[in-house]
Ligand binder design. Sequence first.
Ligand SMILES: *Cc1c(COP(=O)(O)O)cnc(C)c1O
Length: 422
Amino acid sequence: MNSDVQCVVDAVMGSQELFKYSLPMIASENVTSPLVRQVLSSDLGHRYAEGQVGHRFYQGCGFVDTIEAKAIELAKEVFRAPHVNVQPISGVNCNIAAFFALAQPGDKLLALAVPSGGHISHAKFSAAGIRGMKIYTHPYDNSKMNIDVDGMVKEIKRLKPKVVMFGASLFLFPHPVKEAREACDEVGASIVYDAAHVAGLIAGGEFQDPLKEGADVVTASTHKTFPGPQGGIILCKEKWAKDIDEAVFPGTVSNFHLHHKAGLAIALAEMKQFGKAYARQTVKNAQALAASMDDMGFSVLCKEQGYTKSHQVAVDVSKIGGGSVVAANLEKANVIANKNLFPWDNVNGTDDPSGIRLGTQELTRLGMKEPEMKEVARVLKRVAIDKEKPEKVKKDVILLKSQYQTVQYCFDGDGAYEFMLR
Ligand SMILES: *Cc1c(COP(=O)(O)O)cnc(C)c1O
């Protein structure tokens, strides 16, 4: 084989093997079902479609129409949404489109600060900045790891923002959407809820329902707790349908990666059937992991509130090496997680992040339940607290993970890592 090609193929297989034998705990990742994986490698990935179902700019789109119409139909049902656009190709793409639909340059945006869990696309160096919005941050209650409700209402009335944003990347508890609605109505603000992380939990009915609580527009990635192919989806009230659709096409998307949308339609069908059980177990697993880690001596955030109501667990590791060192040592033991800024950390990156963020969604998809969470907590303790040699712990991680190689909560539950390269 050509040496350049060999280099890439080796890296692809290397990554495949790494994840096959490690504990994947990055809160923004997931595994798709084997059927979704197959669809992703179909000929659809070579094709183009622009425009809406039944109104395309290219020939040969009949089957694409069927796929997109089915994805929209299923998404409306699964997310209980009046209007859906499945064309955005990522979560950031969704946010750019939402800001184009709902705001003008110079309008004010109230959103979470990045160290408080806000996403870069809510900040000045990404989507909100591209739209030229003036950015203000939600008052935040560090002890509750949530937006301060009274402060938020006051801030909405004082600032009169055009858009109030909810949703986060570090996201333990539901955000005060219904508490914001009245103040938003008073000042003419619309609400965008970024469900990138929690879309799968919302679909499964295990987190707040932002549309029902008063959000105008919900944006999401389709590959975090929602276990579909990488991509984006926008849900909205009927009154925003036309503005959102135009902001997506021709606004911010042309071709919309058709193989991913076929995979999305299948993942939506899986969630319609299995979403409730999957979302329930994911949250139960996060709570079980947090409780075990607390028992074993970790400083897990928000104990008084039951640690978490999402797929995430936030752990302060500042006294046992800091986020960078702990995450790096975990990787040596085949536990893949990320260091994470906490609200009290120095924003400018001069300090080491205090925390690590752990997600249970992917381990749940692979069939792990509460007893396994205890085993996972033990592995984390051996590396981060007991300072055992990570290479030694890795052997036990490989043994543990070897028993969880099948994707659950789908119609064709089969090898999660079976993959051939010719
Ligand atoms: C991950 C994330 C996004 C970005 O999603 P992509 O699909 O990676 O573009 C947007 N918002 C929040 C809150 C996120 O966590």
